[in-house]
Ligand binder design. Structure first.
Ligand SMILES: NC(=O)c1ccc[n+]([C@@H]2O[C@H](COP(=O)([O-])OP(=O)(O)OC[C@H]3O[C@@H](n4cnc5c(N)ncnc54)[C@H](O)[C@@H]3O)[C@@H](O)[C@H]2O)c1
Length: 273
């Protein structure tokens, strides 16, 4: 057997919740290409479902989630509302849904959960405070929305399940996971699709994972997020946003604009649709 085949055979089954969404599409295709056997859970099957196994169901349904975790080695929990919304919706999907996923992982004997948190758990920090030093992952959270609050809950829930049940947990504070940055602020937070696959693969394969919070960003020269927690776990980003910087050069910069003032940008003024 070739070395490549041996390495691939060591990879196991990964369950991705919210797999039909933007991040889910990037991870389910990227991780499958690296050799993972991917099972997808979502409310719907997308047109580009590919060869993965699909479970149609709601992450707030404990029986569905538990059944989806049969023979699973790693859970990547993405399913959720990815922006500000009314509290009832946030409570249902992001808080109850995340509880059901962590709880089912322990009951199903899945050893490791990778949780999609967000940079909006620290969105109310002022950008100017991090001109000369990065923001770490041990500083207190400062959510900029009820959405950000729900993700801080998920990080705390993961910590609890690690301490109480020994679950291995990595919370990824995802930045702007898009093909290209769309705003000047995203030059700081851009997370290229290829780097996202690199980070989640690194977290899925890292030995001796306990409980970790890492920032999901590329090697952007203007990043305010501390890259060290990710690097310690084997994440080596290969993209950076500097190639897009010229698009935003020369635009006026108003220091009172929330997009300039806060790490979370205009999420600090966001209201539900
Ligand atoms: N896209 C980003 O840049 C970004 C940044 C930070 C954090 N995140 C987080 O990553 C995750 C995915 O974000 P996205 O941009 O792909 O969002 P998305 O809206 O494109 O995808 C979310 C997916 O979750 C599914 N879903 C929603 N409720 C569900 C439920 N109750 N049961 C099962 N599936 C459900 C949806 O059908 C959808 O396919 C979210 O948790 C989001 O908060 C994303």
């Amino acid at each position: 057997m070739s070395e490549k085949a041996v390495a691939r055979s060591a990879l196991q089954r990964i369950l991705i919740t919210g797999a039909a969404g933007g991040v889910g599409t990037i991870l389910r295709t990227g991780l499958a290409a690296l050799g993972w056997t991917v099972r997808c859970l979502d409310l719907r099957i997308p047109d580009d479902a590919g060869d993965a196994e699909w479970v149609v169901g709601d992450v707030t349904d404990s029986a569905t989630v538990l059944a989806a975790m049969a023979d699973v080695d790693i859970v990547v929990h993405l399913a959720g509302i990815p922006k500000e919304d009314h509290f009832a919706a946030i409570l249902h999907t992001n808080i109850d849904g995340t509880y059901q996923v962590f709880d089912a992982a322990v009951r199903a004997g899945v050893p490791r959960v990778l949780y999609a948190s967000t940079n909006h758990v620290v969105g109310y920090y002022q950008r100017a405070a991090f001109a000369d030093r990065p923001l770490g992952t041990v500083d207190r959270t400062r959510p900029d929305t009820l959405y950000g609050v729900s993700k801080a809950f998920g990080e705390a829930l993961g910590s609890y399940y690690h301490d109480r049940h020994g679950l291995q947990v990595a919370c990824v504070r995802i930045g702007a996971l898009l093909a290209e940055p769309r705003t000047r602020r995203m030059l700081d937070t851009w997370f290229s699709p290829a780097d996202a696959v690199r980070l989640f693969h690194a977290l899925a394969t890292a030995p001796n994972l306990g409980y970790e919070i890492v920032y999901g960003v590329s090697a952007n020269p203007t990043a305010w997020a501390d890259p060290e927690p990710g690097r310690r776990l084997g994440y080596v980003p290969q993209d950076d946003s500097s190639v897009f910087a010229h698009r935003f050069a020369g635009l006026p910069v108003d220091p009172d604009d929330p997009e300039v003032r806060f790490l979370g940008g205009d999420f600090t003024t966001a209201t539900p649709d």
